[in-house]
Design a protein around this ligand. Sequence first.
Ligand SMILES: C[S@@+](CC[C@H](N)C(=O)[O-])C[C@H]1O[C@@H](n2cnc3c(N)ncnc32)[C@H](O)[C@@H]1O
Length: 213
Amino acid sequence: MMKIDQQLENYILAHTIGEDPVLRRLYRETHLRLVNGRMCSGHLQGSLLTFFSKMISPQRILEIGTYTGYSAICLAKGLPVGGILHTIEINDELEEFAAGYFAETGLQDRIIQHIGDATDILPQLSEQFELAFLDADKRQYLMHYELILPKITTGGLVIADNTLWGGKIVGKIAQNDEQTIAILAFNDFVKNDPRVEATILPVRDGMTLIRKK
Ligand SMILES: C[S@@+](CC[C@H](N)C(=O)[O-])C[C@H]1O[C@@H](n2cnc3c(N)ncnc32)[C@H](O)[C@@H]1O
């Protein structure tokens, strides 16, 4: 959630499963080397992603928006033997960075990196996924959601990140604020979509849990 004070956050983290040292280094290097380091999931959200993944134990996971690979690693930790995670990233400059960390965690054989626009890559994926993480361009959330939903198994889970968008979704919205407008449209659409049931977790920037009926 956006307004948890530092003391409370420290307490939560102190009582959450410890962060993998490789992930801690990844997080640090992301912040040192990249301008948008805050996009990286981080310990609390990452531990939740691992938790969900371990609960589902999915054979196939799909992620849109790899960035530096933090969330991909967290999700891949829940893969059973033979399980695979597909992750899509449009920025080819991030490929090596993420691949290096996938190798360090020993998950390189279970993570398939796709470089390109998710809109082009998603139709090429013929598999069904039990778990998906939606975390790319907020203006394209609805389009990505429509592309992935037919690929989700019945009872499968889609997690959409940043759905509280720093609290902007309940503030006054500038007409040119395309991202907030898109998140609002996405949240309304999901709420009224008869194919799914959803709930918003007020963790970090908001995570919507969407279960396909
Ligand atoms: C918020 S970051 C992802 C963070 C990462 N999932 C994590 O939690 O550590 C969003 C990423 O989506 C990528 N992206 C944006 N639009 C995309 C698209 N159309 N297809 C694939 N990737 C896209 C961006 O380049 C960026 O790296």
